[in-house]
Write a protein of this length. Structure first.
Length: 114
């Protein structure tokens, strides 16, 4: 499985960005897709995850500002980020988990700065 992420960039505080990630390869149903982020000097942390079905999970820091969605036909996951703050600056990684195996995308840098 390969994951290709896109959509990062520089945005001013209060702005919006949309990240997308496309999965290819042998993909099974009941997988979980998600976004993580890692700021300089910090550990990688969960931003949001979305199973094939069931409940979406958001980190407290992004609730109400970020929205995760997926297209199960195209095998894509999208993260709409609104009201961005400087503390959202990080490298964002998409992740897919299926049948006990985890796959990571290459990371895309999001910088929130005036």
């Amino acid at each position: 499985v390969q994951l290709q992420a896109s959509g990062g960039g520089l945005v001013q505080p209060g702005g919006s960005l949309r990240l997308s990630c496309a999965a290819s390869g042998r993909i099974f149903s009941n997988n979980v897709m998600g976004w993580y982020r890692q700021a300089p000097g910090e550990q990688r942390e969960l931003v949001a995850s979305i199973p094939f079905r069931d409940y979406i999970t958001y980190a407290d820091a992004v609730k109400g500002r970020f929205t995760i969605s997926r297209d199960n036909v195209k095998n894509t996951v999208t993260l709409q980020m609104n009201s961005l703050k400087p503390e959202d600056t990080a490298v964002y990684y998409c992740k897919m988990s299926q049948r006990g195996t985890h796959y990571w995308g290459q990371g895309t840098l999001v910088t929130v700065s005036s």
